[in-house]
Write a protein that binds this ligand. Structure first.
Ligand SMILES: [Cu+2]
Length: 145
């Protein structure tokens, strides 16, 4: 057989394999979902508390999150949500706005991405590494088909 025919057959098989995987085997839960709905949320870094408030945020899968993030401290923080490609500096006494679409269901951590020191809050030691939270993304579509 002509080697070009063999190469063509192999390419067609690869493309067909990809199509079969995409249409029949790929789990619904891993396909990105976009609803077009906007969901405003507010996250506050409380003054000298080394915490984000709230630490747990529940949203619906596919929504566009418009996050207003307030830093009450006299020093910088940062906010990072690795799963959604968010990483922003939070200037001292400043407010930033971040928008992202939560295309996947699950629990996704967010955390302070700028070393911001430590201190005592009600006698307890708290600091940079305590500034963590979770975004819970609920699936509104069926996970089975
Ligand atoms: Cu920090």
């Amino acid at each position: 057989m002509n080697k070009y025919i063999i190469i063509a057959v192999v390419i067609v098989l690869i493309i067909l394999g990809g199509l079969v995987y995409r249409l029949f085997l790929l789990p619904e839960s891993s396909v990105p979902v976009v609803t077009g709905k906007e969901r405003p949320i507010t996250i506050i870094a409380r003054k000298n508390q080394w915490l984000f408030e709230p630490e747990d945020i529940t949203v619906e899968r596919g929504d566009k999150i418009i996050a207003t993030i307030i830093n009450e401290d006299d020093y910088d923080h940062g906010i990072a949500i690795d799963a959604f490609g968010v990483s922003q500096r939070m200037p001292a006494n400043g407010t930033i706005r971040v928008a992202f679409v939560v295309t996947q269901a699950g629990e996704f951590p967010f955390y302070c991405s700028v070393p911001c020191g430590e201190g005592r809050v009600d006698g307890e030691k708290r600091g940079h590494f305590d500034m963590v939270g979770k975004i819970h993304v609920r699936s509104i579509i069926s996970e089975t088909r």
